[in-house]
Design a binder for this molecule. Structure first.
Ligand code: AQP
Length: 343
């Protein structure tokens, strides 16, 4: 038999892996969202077939002011374009504009056990911090997240430590459904980016920086002015010891070093050398300036996009149409397998 020789001309290119990432419009995105997630999304979008969404359905698991929510959805959508995602090459969309997410989430609810959801630590944490509104949506949040991922048959999902448990559940639900009805969903794997950071609160560095933190001094928002950024970083909690080095019991300094390292690409050793013999005042000024420079181009592009709301809405509508084409294919498959009658 003739041996088949693989050459650059006849090689089947390896299928590009699919990746999906979402961000909630539950406030103005923070430096934590940016350094921990958004900054990597641009890199991922060049490497993978990518879908990026504003997860607005997730945001209402916590009570939102409708006017503010509407504004925040468009702000976060503009931010996705401002970080450089190309809506012609990636699917960039708003979750609630693609009805398949809510439809699949309902179906998957019926393939998820109460006990599995009750173990989720984010539910336990959020029901403590929102004790007056422990709604069923908050409880079944991971099922909606599973629907988001499985609709696009994503191979990979970039996740921070806090979302790992939810991805596990998405995998369990997908495996269960596939086990009953035959292969329907791709089983998603967690994706750990090349660069990533867990940015902590500037006021309580044992807690992660969060956009819904009631204390605005605890976070730098990606749209803060340079003056506000400098002020917030200068008032970041550190310690009374005074040395710039990474170590136990130095959560505040460790956090600022992590931020500085992400913005400058300097290693911790290089940062320690740079600030040897210097005080926190000099260090905080340098961190503040690095953050200002890191966020400047994003903020400038964001402001440009926000001036053209008609354009943003048009891009969102096109993104939703493309997303729906992909998502509806999966939804129809699921509905047929469950026994629904399609129109
Ligand atoms: N402090 C952080 N450090 C690093 N990464 C972070 N992310 C969030 N906070 C940090 C990552 O940002 C992505 C989008 O997050 P999200 O908006 O979907 O939800 P979240 O993790 O709940 O973010 P927030 O800011 O804490 O929102 P609220 O206050 O509404 O709960 C995710 O990849 C996340 O890991």
């Amino acid at each position: 038999m003739e041996e088949k020789i693989i050459t650059a001309e006849n090689a089947q290119p390896e299928k590009r892996k699919k990746i999906l990432s979402c961000i909630q419009p539950s406030g103005i995105p923070t430096l934590g969202n940016y350094l921990g997630a958004l900054k990597n999304w641009k890199l991922l979008s060049d490497e993978f077939d990518s879908a990026f969404a504003v997860a607005d359905l997730h945001a209402i698991t916590v009570r939102q002011d409708p006017q503010k929510l509407r504004k925040q959805i468009m702000e976060v959508f503009a931010l996705l374009l401002a970080i450089g995602l190309d809506p012609e090459k990636n699917i960039v969309f708003i979750q609630s504009q693609v009805p398949a997410h809510a439809q699949l989430a309902w179906i998957l609810n019926c393939y998820t056990q109460f006990g599995e959801m009750a173990r989720m630590t984010q539910f336990k944490d959020k029901s403590q911090s929102h004790a007056d509104n422990i709604n069923v949506g908050l409880f079944s949040y991971p099922v909606l997240m599973a629907a988001d991922i499985l609709l696009y048959q994503a191979d990979l999902v970039p996740v921070g430590a806090d979302q790992k448990q939810h991805l596990e559940i998405a995998r369990d639900i997908a495996n269960r459904f596939n086990g009953i009805y035959g292969k329907t969903f791709t089983i998603p794997d967690p994706y750990i980016g090349k660069q990533g950071a867990r940015v902590m609160s500037l006021q309580d560095p044992t807690k992660k920086m969060s956009k819904s933190d009631p204390n605005p001094k605890s976070y730098v928002s990606v749209f803060d002015t340079p003056e506000t950024i400098m002020k917030k970083i200068r008032s970041a909690v550190t310690d009374s010891e005074g040395g710039v080095y990474y170590g136990d019991g130095k959560d505040g300094v460790n956090n600022l070093m992590g931020i500085y390292s992400c913005c400058t690409n300097l290693s911790y050793e290089q940062i320690e050398r740079e600030f040897a013999g210097k005080g926190y005042g000099d260090f905080k000024n340098a961190v503040g300036e690095a953050v200002v420079e890191e966020l400047r181009p994003v903020r400038e592009r964001y402001e440009m996009y926000m001036k053209d709301q008609a354009y943003l809405k048009e891009v969102a509508a096109k993104g939703a149409a493309t997303a729906s084409r992909v998502a509806d294919r999966t939804l129809s498959k699921v509905m047929k397998k469950c026994g629904f009658v399609l129109p």
